[in-house]
Design a protein around this ligand. Structure first.
Ligand code: ADP
Length: 582
């Protein structure tokens, strides 16, 4: 710097005077150079680091995208090998993704269909759940499943199970949907075959029950008639045994039929008023003879608070109690069988009753207790040989009590006895209706003076009924088919018709349909169907054609009497009611 200043004519003295300044300037330059140098060094190091980091990042990215490619390739392969169709739709319902399985549905490749609207494939749909399809149209769902059928281009009907999930944006706006279509055709075909097989089984059982019940009807009825004819003491015993065995056989047939109905979900319950004590009385009477024969005491305790008239299904209650009491007597050799009924809760309109059947019999081993309610299961292997039975009774009773929203409980000690108990809810019949209820079960109603028409093609059946009618002083005519019956009804005046259902020339259903169509007094003429079938369909059909009641063959003479009384009484009661009105 001194040299530069001398060049410009600055003398030595001046230079000497400012030497400190020049030294400071020199120092500043030097420091600046040093800083530049240092910065250059730092920059070089940083850019080297940056280069390494950048390289590493690039490598990592490359491997990641390679991995992603492999994964997406794998996913594509999986999707294309899935036999079910997977789809994705955008917010407008256009396909944005379809896997290869789609070819089975649209008969075009996924590439051809992508971009098309799902509605372009809604043609040839035959069965569908309109509510489910409405949801799709309105995008009004989060996720759901539905089954529908569609014919393919070759005309084959295919069944599809569709699952869809709606995709929404954070704003809540519909963004599209994803879902799957599963070909359930073979499942559906198997299901239809099963339904057909079960219908065939049902029909077979109905025919079989008819075939078995018809001769059984004759056996039970004849034993009843013989018992009514004051037999000798020695004959009495054999007749009771005959009646008991045929009734037992009938119960077995009923059990098998009932269980079958349960399996097909067809067990129905009636909800009618009934006289509770009368029902229990009937059950106990049926067992008095067997209990006495075994030297057992049969005790009944009904607490006073149990209402007289209840509304419910008394037949099913009788079925459960009869099964429990029947078992108690069967598995007890000495001592007592007790039926105890109490009222646990009583309101204005309904009550809860507790039922208990206890015995002092052989008991059940603890480890067998949980199995005895299973169908065809008996506590011991030799039970069937020693005591008979099918192992169905408790399975049916349990199911009935379950369907009435309750449970059967059991407690037992081997060699000491067994106790079964359950609770049931019933509506209470109000006092004023009780009189009517009692009159409907009045068994001493005088049937003399009424005239019946019995329509049945089976001579044995007519012969059996005739015996009862003679005993009850009922006047009657007979017809052997529906057509003959229709002619006779129009030619004469009858109080009531007993109508068989299956008959040649004209069956019972057709005859009653035609009878009701005649109008006027023929609309009111009481008709009781007589049939060996207990199928629910038959009972419904009987009601639908306009018959008033139904009696299942083989019938108890008491039942026949009660039903004839109730029906014969009906027009008389109606006349009284009409008179009272006018
Ligand atoms: P079944 O009486 O036709 O054999 P159930 O289903 O009515 O069929 O009964 C199943 C089994 O439970 C009977 O076989 C018997 O082993 C046992 N069981 C039922 N009730 C009693 C009872 N009161 N005492 C002893 N064992 C009983």
């Amino acid at each position: 710097m001194k040299r530069q200043l001398k060049k410009f004519g600055v003398d030595d003295e001046t230079l000497e005077r400012y030497k400190d300044l020049f030294a400071a300037i020199n120092q500043a330059y030097k420091e600046f150079d040093d800083d530049v140098h240092h910065l250059e060094n730092v920059l070089e190091v940083n850019s080297k680091e940056l280069f390494v980091a950048n390289k590493k990042l690039k490598e990592e990215n490359l491997s990641k995208s390679r991995e992603a490619l492999v994964l997406s390739d794998k996913l594509d392969k999986v999707m294309d090998n899935v036999t079910d169709i997977i789809f994705e739709l955008d917010g407008e319902g256009n396909f944005t993704y379809l896997n290869t399985a789609w070819e089975k549905y649209g008969e075009e490749s996924p590439e051809e269909s992508i971009g098309k609207n799902y509605m372009s494939f809604a043609d040839r749909i035959e069965y569908f759940d309109s509510k489910a399809f409405q949801k799709i149209d309105q995008r009004n769902f989060t996720s759901f499943k539905t089954v529908y059928s569609r014919r393919n281009s070759q005309g084959k009907l295919l069944w599809w199970e569709m699952s869809v999930k709606l995709l929404t944006k954070a704003s809540g706006k519909v963004d599209g949907a994803i879902g799957s279509l599963v070909d359930v055709t073979s499942l559906k075909e198997t299901q239809e075959q099963l339904i057909k097989a079960s219908e065939v089984k049902g029909r077979f059982l109905s025919t079989m029950s008819h075939e078995i019940r018809t001769p059984l009807n004759a056996v039970i009825a004849i034993s009843n008639i013989l018992l009514m004819q004051n037999p000798k003491e020695s004959q009495m015993e054999n007749l009771q045994a005959l009646k008991f065995s045929s009734k037992h056989l009938l119960n077995l047939i009923n059990d098998i039929l009932d269980y079958n109905k349960m399996l097909s979900g067809n067990l129905t319950f009636s909800n009618v008023p009934f006289n509770f004590r009368f029902t229990i009385d009937g059950i106990i009477k049926a067992f008095t003879y067997t209990a006495k024969e075994k030297g057992l005491e049969l005790e009944v305790n009904i607490s006073d608070s149990v209402p007289e008239g209840l509304i419910g299904d008394h037949t099913r209650l009788s079925q459960v109690l009869s099964n429990l009491i029947g078992n108690a007597i069967k598995f007890t050799n000495t001592g007592r069988v007790t039926l105890a009924i109490a009222c646990i809760h009583k309101g204005q309109d309904n009550c809860q009753l507790s039922f208990e059947v206890a015995d002092t019999g052989i008991g059940i081993a603890e480890d067998k207790l949980e199995y005895i309610f299973e169908r065809f299961t008996q506590a011991e292997e030799d039970t069937s040989l020693r005591f008979g039975g099918t192992g169905l009774g408790l399975a049916i009773s349990k199911k009935i009590v379950n369907l009435l929203n309750s449970e059967i409980n059991v407690e037992s000690q081997q060699g000491i006895g067994t106790r079964f108990w359950f609770d049931l809810n019933y509506e209470i019949v109000q006092k004023q209706s009780l009189v009517e209820l009692d009159s409907s079960v009045e068994k001493t109603f005088d049937l003399t003076g009424i005239k019946l028409l019995v329509v049945d093609d089976n001579e044995m059946n007519i012969a059996v009924i005739e015996q009862f009618f003679r005993k009850w002083n009922i006047e009657y005519d007979t017809a052997s088919n529906g057509k003959e019956a229709l002619d006779m009804i129009q030619a004469s005046e009858y109080s009531l018709v007993l109508m068989d259902l299956r008959m040649p020339i004209m069956d019972g259903y057709t005859a009653v349909r035609k009878l009701r169509a005649l109008g006027g007094e023929y609309m009111e003429l009481p008709v009781i169907a007589l049939s060996a079938s207990v199928s629910i369909d038959v009972m419904q059909k009987v009601k639908d054609v306009g018959m008033n009641d139904y009696l299942c063959k083989p019938f108890d003479p008491e039942d026949l009497y009660a039903k004839i009384s109730a029906q014969a009484l009906r027009p008389a009661l109606m006349r009284v009611a009409q008179k009272a009105k006018s």
